[in-house]
Write a protein that binds this ligand. Sequence first.
Ligand code: SF4
Length: 286
Amino acid sequence: MHYVNSKTILSPKNGMNLYRGCTHGCIYCDSRSEVYNMGHKFEDVEVKENALELLKSELIKRPRAMIGTGAMTDPYIPLEKRLEHVRKSLKLIYRYGFGFTCITKSDLILRDLDLLEKINEKSKVVVQMTITTADDDLCRVLEPNVCPTSRRVEVLNKLNEAGIPTVVWLCPILPYINDTEDNINSILDYCIESKVYGVLCFEMGVTLRKGNREYFYHKLDEHFPGLKEKYAEKFAYSYVLPSPNNRKLMKIFKKRTSDAGILNDNGEIFDYLSEFPQKSFQSKLM
Ligand code: SF4
């Protein structure tokens, strides 16, 4: 890891990136793409040394809203255990009355359950968790340095018990790897069991571009011999690589989530994630 002094901590839409780079090792990770101009090795995580001072001064100035994190880097990387930048940010978010949402694959989030409950009581918290496969062995290949799916489901259950709403990202679905009916059905079983609020799915497939394509293909060679050639032949340099089973799997996804009363419209889910409960928050202040 290395430190930098940053000028900003929140985007105009209240996105927060405390870390840049990630050590979870997901073989398909889009954040490796060259378009993001990371400028350092992806695993050499950049830490904004002055993040907490910057965050505090922004929270004092901005109207209350949901603060989101995890779009580019999982905030609960192992480094967070030691640095506690997320935990300290949560304390500020609580103190200044903002809401919080994050995308993670890590059970480290349970360390902060006390703060998440307090923020949720005062305003709103939504935890978003990515699940790509119901098979823990495959998960350890696809996402090697973070807890496997079975543990993520335990996390979802614990959050549900604590009254914290959750959303699952059902992506990416990799052609010829996890794009089976059995896998999608098993993940949806987990989502139903954990009473998730919504499931985000952007069709069944994966995106690849310069930077992440090379890494992904290297990992295919390592774990799925012969598959890189199949991908190259079928998809060449396409950005979007849809699963040949997309239509069938999307039908299952839509039907099962609708039957279970789980939100499955991406636009509605994103609206829900960014909605800050002004009225209930104000009544809690009174
Ligand atoms: S957790 Fe997210 S940011 Fe980290 S390697 Fe996996 S996909 Fe990339």
